[in-house]
Design a protein around this ligand. Structure first.
Ligand code: G4P
Length: 511
C-alpha cells in the first residue's frame, strides 16, 4: 500500500495534459506507442454514442482511471493510479469530485502561458482538500518566458513556496536541456541533433553565465522540504517537455518518491486509516449508460481501507443492505480487467443499475460515512422550460435522477413553478439537455434565471424562519429538501450574510 500513488493531473486545456499522460504511461510500460491514448479516446467515443456532445465537440466529457506500474530507480515497484480529468475549457463537478479521490496532483503549466484561471480554480479545490501539488512546467523546448518569471508567478498565484528541482538551460534562446538538481545530469530533447554544449552533467562544466543563473536559483528559493510539500505549503517544480519526452522520468520519480501514499479519509466516525482491516470506500463518480441498450452504470469507488476481494459483500450507505460485488473492474491504460483484489488507494468500477450514488460510502459493517464529498455552489443557474408541458412528471424524475448522479444540481423555488438547475460549468448544461432527450424523452429548453448563485442555509430553526419569512422569493429547496438562498449576485450573499450573522450561507454542502 505504501507503494501506491493515486493522483490526478490538473491543467488548462492545451497545456499538454494528454501528451504528458501518454508519456507517463509509456514510462510505466503501460502503453508501447505514443498516440495510443488518443486512439483509445477515439475508440471510446465511437462506443459511447449516447453522449453525442462528446463527438460534436471532439472531447471526452467523462474522466477515467488508468492504473500502471513502474520500477523506480531504487528497484521498488510502484503502482500508479492516474485519475484523468476532462481536458476542456468547461470543467464540471466531475472534475472537482475526481479530486476528492486522489492523494496528490500534478499541475501542468505551459511555459509560455503560465497559470490560467481554470488551473487556479482547480488548485483551490486541491488546497481545500489538502492535496499536495507537484508543478510541471511543460513545453520548455519552445520559446518561453524567463524561468524566474515563471517560478515567481506560480508562487504569487498560488501563495505557495516554490522549489525548483531542475533547471531548463537556454529556455527562450537556444534550448539545451534540463539540469536535474538531484542527479546533476542534463537531459536533452529526444532526437535533438543540434550542436549542444556536449555536457552530460553540470560537473563537466557548463558555461559561466548559465552556472551563475543556476547558483542564483538554487540559493534564491526555499530548499525542498517533504513536510512542507505534503502539507500543501510548497510545490516542487520540474521542467520538461511532454512532447519531446524529457523531464518526464524525473517527474514520475518525484511522484514515487515524494507524493503521499494512500491517506486516511475523514468520516463521521473520525478519520479512517488505510491500515484499517474493514473494507471501506466511497463513490466519487458514476458513469451512466455506457451501453445505451441497458441502463447500466459504473460507479467508481476509491478504496479507503482493507483488502477488497472479488465477490465480497459491502453495504452502500444509501441502500442500507449488503450487496455482493461480483464483477469489480480495474482500469488499465488499454484494458479493463475483473479485479480479484484491490488495496487502499485503488479505484474499482462497480457495475450497477442505479443503486450506487455519488457520495455513497461502502463498507462491511455499514458503520461509517465518509465526509468531504461536497456539492459546490453552482456558478451558472438556468430555468428549465418544457417544450411539451404534459411532461412535467418525467422532467421531475429526470432532474432528481441526474442530480443524484451529480450531473447537475436542482433547486425547486418556494414560489413559482419553474425549476432551476445549477452547474459549475457550461458543459454540464449540454450534457443535461442531451440526456433529457436521449434517456427521458423530454425536450427542454434552458432560460435565463434571475439568480446568479446559490448558498445552502444553516442555522437554528428560529433564525431560519426569521430569514425565510422575509425572503420567500429567494428561497428554494434542493433535491434533499434543504433550504437554499438563491442570490442575484455575490454582493447579495455578502449583504445577507452581514445582515444575518446567525445564519451560515454555505458555498458547499456535504453529499
Ligand atoms: P491538453 O491535453 O492539455 O489539452 O494538451 P495536449 O496534450 O493535447 O497538447 C496540446 C498541444 O501542445 C498539442 O499540439 C501538443 O502536441 C503540444 N505539446 C504538448 N507538449 C508539448 C511540449 O512539450 N512541447 C511542445 N512544443 N508542444 C507540446 P497540437 O498541435 O494542438 O496537437 P497535435 O496536432 O500535436 O496533436
Amino acid at each position: 500500500m505504501s507503494n501506491r500513488r493515486t493522483f490526478a493531473i490538473i491543467s488548462h486545456p492545451d497545456a499538454g495534459k494528454t501528451t504528458l499522460t501518454e508519456k507517463l504511461l509509456l514510462q510505466g510500460g503501460a502503453i508501447h506507442l505514443a498516440g495510443e491514448v488518443k486512439a483509445r479516446g477515439q475508440a471510446r467515443r465511437a462506443r459511447s454514442d449516447w453522449m453525442k456532445i462528446e463527438q460534436q465537440r471532439g472531447i471526452s466529457v467523462t474522466s477515467s482511471v488508468m492504473t500502471f506500474e513502474r520500477t523506480s530507480p531504487d528497484g521498488s515497484v510502484v503502482t500508479f493510479n492516474l485519475l484523468d480529468t476532462p481536458g476542456h475549457e468547461d470543467f464540471s463537478e466531475d472534475t472537482y469530485r475526481t479530486l476528492t479521490a486522489v492523494d496528490s496532483a500534478i499541475m501542468v503549466i505551459d511555459a509560455a502561458k503560465g497559470i490560467e484561471p481554470q488551473t487556479r480554480k482547480l488548485f483551490e479545490v486541491c488546497r481545500l482538500r489538502s492535496v499536495p501539488i507537484i508543478t510541471f512546467v511543460n513545453k520548455v523546448d519552445r520559446e518561453g518566458r524567463s524561468v524566474f518569471e515563471t517560478l515567481d508567478e506560480v508562487a504569487d498565484a498560488l501563495a505557495l513556496d516554490v522549489c525548483p528541482m531542475s533547471w531548463p538551460i537556454g529556455m527562450g534562446g537556444v534550448f539545451q536541456g534540463v539540469l536535474d538538481f538531484a542527479t546533476d545530469t542534463i537531459s536533452r530533447p529526444e532526437g535533438d541533433s543540434r550542436e549542444f554544449l556536449g555536457k552530460r552533467t553540470a560537473a563537466e562544466g557548463i558555461p559561466d553565465d548559465i552556472a551563475e543563473e543556476i547558483e542564483l536559483a538554487r540559493g534564491g528559493y526555499p530548499a525542498f522540504d517533504l513536510e512542507a510539500y505534503r502539507h500543501g505549503d510548497l510545490t516542487p517544480v520540474y521542467f520538461g517537455s511532454a512532447l519531446k519526452n524529457f523531464g518526464v522520468a524525473e517527474l514520475i520519480d518525484a511522484i514515487a518518491r515524494y507524493a503521499p501514499p494512500p491517506r486516511p479519509q475523514p468520516s463521521d466516525a473520525g478519520t479512517i486509516s488505510p491500515e484499517g482491516k474493514e473494507v471501506t470506500g466511497f463513490i466519487f463518480k458514476v458513469q451512466a449508460n455506457m451501453d445505451p441498450q441497458h441502463r447500466d452504470r459504473i460507479a467508481f469507488m476509491r478504496l479507503v481501507s482493507g483488502t477488497f476481494k472479488r465477490g465480497m459483500k459491502l453495504t452502500p450507505s444509501a441502500l442500507g443492505k449488503p450487496v455482493a460485488i461480483h464483477s469489480p473492474i480495474l482500469f488499465f491504460a488499454q484494458d479493463r480487467e475483473i479485479a480479484d483484489t484491490a488495496e487502499p488507494g485503488d479505484i474499482i468500477g462497480i457495475p450497477n443499475h442505479g443503486t450506487l450514488r455519488v457520495g455513497d460510502t461502502l463498507s462491511e459493517t455499514n458503520k461509517v460515512r465518509f465526509t468531504g464529498l461536497p456539492n459546490f455552489a453552482p456558478e451558472i443557474l438556468r430555468r428549465v422550460a418544457l417544450k411539451d408541458p404534459t411532461k412535467t412528471k418525467q422532467l421531475r424524475k429526470a432532474l432528481d435522477d441526474l442530480s443524484e448522479e451529480g450531473v447537475i444540481q436542482v433547486f425547486y423555488p418556494e414560489l413559482g413553478g419553474q425549476w432551476i438547475v445549477g452547474v459549475v460549468g457550461q458543459l454540464q448544461l449540454d450534457v443535461l439537455i442531451s440526456r433529457l432527450e436521449a434517456e427521458y424523452k423530454v425536450e427542454a429548453m434552458l432560460e435565463a434565471a434571475p439568480f446568479e448563485t446559490a448558498r445552502w442555509l444553516k442555522g437554528s430553526d428560529a433564525a431560519l424562519k426569521g430569514f425565510t419569512d422575509f425572503n420567500m422569493a429567494h428561497l428554494a429547496k434542493d433535491r434533499d429538501g434543504d433550504p437554499v438562498f438563491m442570490a442575484r449576485s455575490s454582493w447579495d450573499v455578502s449583504y445577507q450574510q452581514e445582515k444575518n450573522p446567525d445564519l451560515v450561507f454555505s458555498a458547499t454542502k456535504e453529499r
